[in-house]
Design a protein around this ligand. Structure first.
Ligand code: Q9C
Ligand code: ZN
Length: 342
């Protein structure tokens, strides 16, 4: 299987986040990609190719132009305000008598276009976000050109980013943009199956009223974990999208037996929908050793996941999302991909 990745994606580095009352180095760091790349080489998964340069046209069919412009200019505005460190918000237009305005201050813009304070900007962030997006689109193009499966090694990840917000280490929604590219190239239906530990709230929001993209997510019950305010089982889509959004929240400590049962339910939903392409939002933060998660999958389960995906016998685009046990991320991600190929 081909992997698409650009070294420019590693320019998003050194950012800080808030965690349990402290300022810590971002969990979404460069070594995640480094471990995945070395494992790809170790097992001989296939070539790692640079993405082709892509325009932002498709991204702007998923996100608002104002939001994309904000992503491209946030770090410059932060520096012009005389700031250093990591650009993070501290004020949001929350419920109540607040205006959804677009003020001039970078502090206001950071709050307006985000859902949390985990998603900081540093000097290379836009370069990396843009390159990660190029990797997703190039992988989608390879599927269009005839590949049965492809892996977009996307970091920064994407599934928490919505129409006009960032969050959960995500800026552009790589999987959603890839889905749009596949539809624009002639696919009539695409499924996004999100197996990251966290609910893919951004992907859900983007496609909530659309019937051409089925969105299925297996994740930690939002009563217990991020993103808290979306991901409940009664969120099933609306309008044309009614019935095309499926959330399967799972309890703390979920193990392989429970997780696999949920996966089987998801796969049945996909078979019923009959997509031309399946996009897997591939997070491996379901691993028992993950530092910010509470599921209990072990190394040996990840190849089984890949084998289940292969059982769908549908073109499959794997797009990287989360996974923070850095030394195990390579084994687990490549485990899924190798399991698919066997
Ligand atoms: N800083 C993905 O897996 N909360 N994102 C972290 C507070 C956000 C995870 C703890 C977790 C987001 C793509
Ligand atoms: Zn996650």
């Amino acid at each position: 299987m081909k992997t698409i990745f650009s070294p420019r994606q590693q320019e998003h580095q050194g950012q800080f986040e808030f965690y349990n009352g402290a300022v810590v180095e971002g969990y979404e760091n460069t070594s995640r990609a480094t471990f995945i790349l070395s494992r790809i080489e170790e097992v001989g998964l296939g070539p790692v190719l640079a993405p082709r340069p892509q325009s932002l046209e498709t991204a702007e069919r998923i996100h608002t132009t104002a939001y994309v412009d904000f992503l491209a200019s946030a770090w410059r505005l932060w520096r012009e305000a005389g700031r250093m460190g990591t650009a993070l918000p501290y004020a949001w237009p929350a419920r109540g008598r607040y205006k959804d305005v677009a003020p001039d201050s970078i502090d206001a813009l950071l709050g307006l276009y985000s859902i949390d304070a985990s998603t900081g900007f540093v000097d290379g962030t836009w370069e990396a976000v843009n390159a990660s997006h190029d990797s997703a689109l190039t992988a989608a193009d390879l599927i269009i050109e005839g590949e049965q499966a492809c892996f977009a090694l996307c970091r920064p990840p994407g599934h928490h980013a919505g129409t006009d917000f960032n969050g959960g280490y995500c800026f552009l929604n790589n999987a959603a943009i890839a889905a749009q590219r596949l539809l624009d190239a002639g696919a009539s239906r695409v499924t996004i199956l999100d197996i990251d530990y966290h609910h893919g709230n951004g992907t859900q929001e983007i496609f909530y009223e659309r019937g051409d993209v089925q969105v299925i997510s297996l994740h930690a019950d939002p009563r217990n974990d991020y993103p808290f305010f979306a991901g409940y089982a009664d969120e099933r889509g609306s309008g044309n999208g009614e019935g095309y959004n499926l959330n399967i929240p799972l309890p703390d400590g979920t193990d392989w037996t429970q997780w696999e049962r949920a996966l089987e339910f998801a796969l049945a939903g996909i078979r019923q929908f009959g997509p031309d392409v399946v996009i897997i939002s591939l997070g491996v933060d379901t691993f028992e050793g993950d530092p910010i998660s509470r599921f209990r999958l072990s190394h040996s389960h990840f190849p089984l996941i890949g084998a289940r995906m292969a059982g769908l016998a549908t073109k499959t685009l794997f797009v990287l999302e989360g996974g923070y046990a850095v030394e195990d991320v390579g084994v687990n991600v490549v485990g899924v991909l190798s399991g698919y190929e066997e």
